[in-house]
Design a protein around this ligand. Structure first.
Ligand SMILES: [Zn+2]
Length: 410
């Protein structure tokens, strides 16, 4: 049996996720101080567990430019209100828009017909949004023309991209060259004539921070196991649409803090450093900054485990960098089979998809772990604390402890 002091603490993790995803933290992004409030919460937890602070009182400051949407984001198509987040999103870095524009439907009928397309090319489309139906036009005869349309070579005000899939948002440091509205197909009647749109985009150099603390090793204090998780998410799209980021990555932060609690109670042979990274979603900004400005020598890190998307697990765990560190990967599989924790441990190659990446590039043995299962909310307003199950949280937690302990010769 796993007790609360020796093993994981699921209710602790659940409470953390609930708080990290609450409206008060505004999606841990760039409006209402969201990411700062999350950083404060993590610092408080580190301090509560009596971890040793690194940096300036647990913080390592950094900054980067960001395009964000703190004010109005509103869209009507032929008078129908389309809800931000639920029914439409913008391309990351979408510039401001204000006005009423005509719609021009671009589909295989117009793309494949040379005379229609030529006419579109010669028209002044600055007062138009072109409507592109992603699913309808899979078999278009002129893919190069579709590419031109998607690059807005026709010089329209912007594009409406109809999509049936979930709306997957992102965040950008730079302005996009034109607006794209990704609209869920079926939210308004086909062959609409006009849109009225207000997008109030803002730009700033955002000051933020990584949050760091460690438990000192009993035997080899200058060797480090590092456990990381990014705490930022996408923030908000306008005043109402919040992207809570429960799986991505409140789940990883919660497990990291639970591991911090665990190692504080059970002092390990090596030191164990915990880093909550800022700015992952904008392009691994926090981890890049740390690797450029490390607060411990990188060569003292004997293993780094980055946790991102830890809310599922019914289909096992994927280890990014398995092919880079085959011997360590074998040990991970061995730990899993001895403990009978997760159904599969899936190997994956190198990938620039989370905060492990720049550590690997700098020669640090690092894995990125994510859990797999039936969960499809990703970078959308539905990735909520109430939507995730944490079904294999205890097993994943214990696997990480066993693997880290094995690396520490325990
Ligand atoms: Zn993530």
């Amino acid at each position: 049996m796993l007790s609360n002091t020796r093993g994981q603490n699921l209710s602790y993790a659940k409470n953390l996720i609930k708080t990290l995803c609450s409206d008060a933290l505004s999606g841990r992004g760039y409006v209402n101080n969201g990411d700062y409030l999350a950083a404060e919460l993590i610092r408080k937890e580190f301090s509560k567990h009596k971890l040793i602070p690194l940096g300036e009182n647990y913080f390592q400051s950094l900054g980067f430019p960001v395009i964000y949407y703190p004010e109005q984001v509103r869209l009507e198509i032929d008078g129908y209100y389309i809800e931000p987040g639920e029914e439409f999103i913008l391309n990351p870095g979408c510039p401001s828009i204000k006005g009423t524009y005509k719609l021009m439907h671009v589909d295989s009928a117009s793309i494949d017909n040379s005379s229609v397309y030529k006419k579109m090319e010669s028209q002044n489309l600055r007062n138009y949004f072109l409507v592109v139906d992603a699913l309808k036009d899979k078999k278009v005869l002129h893919p190069e023309r579709i590419k031109e349309v998607l690059k807005n070579a026709l010089g329209a005000k912007g594009l409406i991209y109809l999509n049936q899939e979930t709306l997957t948002w992102g965040v950008s440091m730079e302005w996009a060259s034109f607006p794209i509205l990704y609209v869920k197909k079926g939210t308004y009647k086909q062959l609409a004539l006009q849109i009225t749109c207000t997008v109030e985009a803002a730009h700033k150099v955002h000051g933020t921070q990584n949050v760091l603390a460690y438990v000192k090793g009993k035997q080899q204090a200058d060797s480090f196991i590092v456990i990381t998780a990014h705490y930022d998410h996408l923030g908000m799209l306008g005043k109402d649409a919040i992207f809570p980021g429960a799986n991505d990555n409140a789940s990883g932060v919660a497990m990291m803090l639970d591991l911090a609690r665990h190692y504080a109670l059970n002092p390990p042979p090596y030191s164990v450093l915990f880093i909550a990274f800022a700015g992952e979603e904008i392009g691994l900004a926090g981890s890049y900054y740390f690797v450029q400005n490390p607060l411990i020598p990188l060569k003292q890190i004997c293993l780094l485990l980055n946790l991102d998307l830890m809310a599922t697990g019914d289909k096992g765990l994927t280890a990014v960098n398995a092919t880079e560190f085959p011997e360590l990967f074998e040990k991970l599989k061995f730990c899993n089979s001895i403990g009978n924790y997760l159904p599969t441990i899936n190997p994956r190659g190198k990938a620039q998809n989370s905060d492990h990446y720049y550590f690997t590039e700098a020669g640090v043995p690092a894995f990125f772990f994510y859990l797999m299962g039936e969960y499809h909310q990703y970078h959308d307003v539905g990735d909520k604390a109430t939507a995730i199950t944490l079904s294999r949280y205890p097993e994943a937690f214990q696997l990480i402890v066993d693997f880290a302990n094995m690396r520490m010769g325990k």
